[in-house]
Design a protein around this ligand. Structure first.
Ligand SMILES: Nc1ncnc2c1ncn2[C@@H]1O[C@H](COP(=O)(O)OP(=O)(O)O)[C@@H](O)[C@H]1O
Ligand SMILES: [Mg+2]
Length: 267
């Protein structure tokens, strides 16, 4: 606990920073970013928890935790049980709160409870176990995503470098504004990450330019290239840092993690 910023009892609860990876479009690189960013933040010495808020469970299976029977759904229903639901990954310092199929049904329950994830994060923060929590959101603006927006300190928005990249973002921006007013006044946008960039095409470069024009300094310098190693890693159930550490995708996520660390310190 901290009183006026002074450490009083060894629990550094309010030091834990939480980051939501959000974009209501599917297939833009949210899960790939959540897994690999989390892995490089952990490799850099942070104690990281990745929460899989998508009932499809891609972050869970991508880190080799397919087949777990309980996880986030149980932790949301009973936050005191959270520590028992957290699983260590193959990456040192990276733990996972996995998604199970029953999370799909939680959407209905959570529409009445926008603060369910927030309450869970408070319990996790009080444990003092983690410095950073990364939440992988589902591809919708439904109750699960609203819970993410209502709970986290900041958002990282992956944008696929394609023609329609900016389309649909108005919906996200409006929702973020509404959540800020109604549920989470402290919510900030940490940054926009350009993903699946194909440097051989003029189109990708034009898209990058327009995204930088639109979002200015919010856009991270590190651009994630389209790299087949990134799409192969999940079937080997490890992050890119273990699967192909010398690939262009690995280098890009490592640099992104460095930028994220610098920005996280300011939120
Ligand atoms: N930079 C990349 N290069 C190549 N394939 C990628 C890249 N990023 C993501 N993918 C692949 O694209 C698909 C969608 O990515 P994913 O991270 O699951 O998106 P989302 O979580 O937003 O739905 C996945 O099959 C993933 O492996
Ligand atoms: Mg996903």
């Amino acid at each position: 606990m901290q009183i006026d910023g002074v450490q009083v009892d060894g629990v550094q609860a309010d030091r834990m920073k939480t980051l939501g990876i959000v974009n209501q479009k599917g297939g833009v690189g949210k899960t790939t970013t959540a897994i690999n960013l989390a892995a490089y933040l952990a490799a850099g010495g942070r104690r990281v928890l990745l929460i899989d808020m998508d009932p499809q469970g891609n972050a869970t299976s991508g880190l080799g935790l397919r087949g777990v029977e309980t996880g986030l759904y149980q932790a949301l229903s009973d936050p005191a049980s959270a520590p028992a639901q957290i699983v260590q990954s193959s990456q040192e310092r990276l733990s996972v709160l996995p998604a199970t199929p029953d999370l799909a049904g939680a959407g209905v329950e959570l529409s009445e409870e926008p603060y369910a994830l927030r309450e869970l994060l408070e319990v996790i923060a009080a444990s003092g176990q983690f410095e950073l929590v990364i939440v992988d959101a589902p591809p919708s603006l439904g109750p699960l995503t609203i819970n993410v927006l209502a709970a986290v300190n900041a958002l990282l928005i992956p944008l696929q470098a394609e023609y329609y990249a900016l389309e649909g973002l108005a919906g996200l921006t409006e929702t973020v504004e509404r959540v800020r007013l109604a549920l989470n006044p402290g919510l900030s946008v940490l940054g926009v990450a350009i993903t699946m960039f194909d440097g051989r095409t003029n189109l990708a470069q034009e898209v990058e330019q327009s995204v930088r024009q639109h979002f200015g300094e919010l856009v991270f310098w590190s651009v994630i290239p389209r790299n087949v190693r990134l799409s192969e890693a999940p079937s080997f159930a490890v992050p890119i840092s273990q699967f192909a550490p010398l690939s262009s995708g690995a280098a890009a996520y490592k640099r992104l993690a460095e930028e994220v660390m610098q920005r996280v310190e300011k939120i």
